[in-house]
Design a protein around this ligand. Structure first.
Ligand code: TXA
Ligand code: MG
Length: 315
């Protein structure tokens, strides 16, 4: 059941039991989802929620996403609306997060939502996290399992690098299939994307059959501060590297196989590029490069989410 490090477990009955026990006792666990790995704790427990903020060194003003097995489990915590059900039918479980108004009956700890009257909820599709959610009697508050403002982890080892042995359980679910965080959409007023992701503006327009709000939403994702996703070395967009101590992130066929070139997708597939983005940035840092240069990446579909993350990483 144990792999390289004693707190990384492959997923089986024994690991499931251990994880459930730990979450039931207000401890945290590093768990896989289809987007990125999460740092999970009981969303109804003040003690667990406080641990999440402390572990991540996260600002108390930045609310957490609450994860459920299905919408029925969320009905006492939020107020659903027609837009929600349209998206739920088409996209859930999957890589999308909905901001909804809080239900007065909610049991979600007030700190988890940074004392807002809204809650961000998500129904992840990854088999492991779904199994865990199915057995729990509470939803999981689960931000990405990284220290605040750093890159999100896309493997169990990435999570280990962030928290080492401080985290008692990390479940190894392999490489995250999608590789960037969920799309966050505000549904409290006219739908508005707060954080771009693999589910793109176009996908969302098709489901709504109307345009999205162009107005600035009165609520923003408080976590979308500009300095975010920092890989630990400077990131420079739209320029070529000056020397071989600099890594070059590229996209598409036309680039050579130089040692310091890292191709997000040789076949110019934006989904593949998103899945490789954080993995490649971590690899570049580990190899000791001093700076990261990034070539142009098409700003459409998943490319919008990739450029958003790169832009923030460059701040
Ligand atoms: O893919 C994901 O969403 C991953 C996996 C683990 O599920 N989770 C994740 O959580 O990315 P986190 O905490 O790293 O990002 C949550 C984002 C932040 O930008 C936060 O400000 C925003 O969601 N958010 C949470 N609650 C909100 C609310 N009530 N209103 C607006 N934005 C909210
Ligand atoms: Mg995060």
């Amino acid at each position: 059941m144990k792999t390289v490090y004693s707190n990384i477990y492959s997923f089986n009955k024994k690991a499931l039991k251990k994880t459930l026990k730990s979450l039931n006792q207000d401890s945290l666990a590093g768990l896989p989802t289809e987007t990125v790995y999460g740092l999970a704790g009981n969303a109804y427990s003040r003690k667990a929620v406080e641990k999440i903020f402390k572990f991540k060194k996260r600002s108390k003003k930045n609310p957490l996403i609450v994860h459920y097995y299905n919408f029925e489990d969320a009905k006492n915590d939020v107020i659903f609306n027609k837009h929600f059900f349209k998206f739920y039918k088409k996209l859930c479980p999957g890589p999308i997060t909905f901001v909804l108004k809080k239900n007065k009956k909610t049991k979600i700890d007030n700190f988890a939502t940074a004392k807002l009257n809204t809650v961000a909820i998500r129904f992840p599709s990854n088999r492991i996290i779904r199994t865990i959610l199915k057995y729990l009697k509470f939803p999981l508050a689960m931000p990405s399992a990284n220290r605040s403002s750093r890159l999100s982890p896309v493997s169990a080892l990435d999570v280990f690098e962030e928290f080492k042995k401080k985290l008692k359980i990390i479940i190894d679910g392999g490489k995250s299939r999608i590789g960037i965080e969920s799309t966050v959409i505000d549904l409290t007023e006219r739908p508005k994307i707060l954080r771009p992701g693999i589910i793109s503006l176009n996908d969302i327009k098709k489901i709504l059959k109307t345009d999205l709000s162009k107005k600035k939403s009165s609520i923003k994702a408080p976590g979308m501060m500009k300095k975010h996703y920092y890989p630990g070395i400077p990131v420079i967009i739209g320029k070529k590297p000056e020397n071989s101590n600099h890594a070059y992130i590229v996209f598409g066929r036309k680039f050579k196989n130089n040692k310091n070139y890292f191709n997000l997708s040789k076949k110019a597939d934006l989904k593949e590029a998103a899945a490789n983005l954080y993995k490649i940035m971590r690899k570049i840092k580990k190899k000791g490069y001093k700076k990261i240069f990034v070539s142009k990446i098409p700003n459409l579909g998943p490319g919008i989410a990739i450029n958003d993350r790169l832009f923030r990483a460059s701040k």
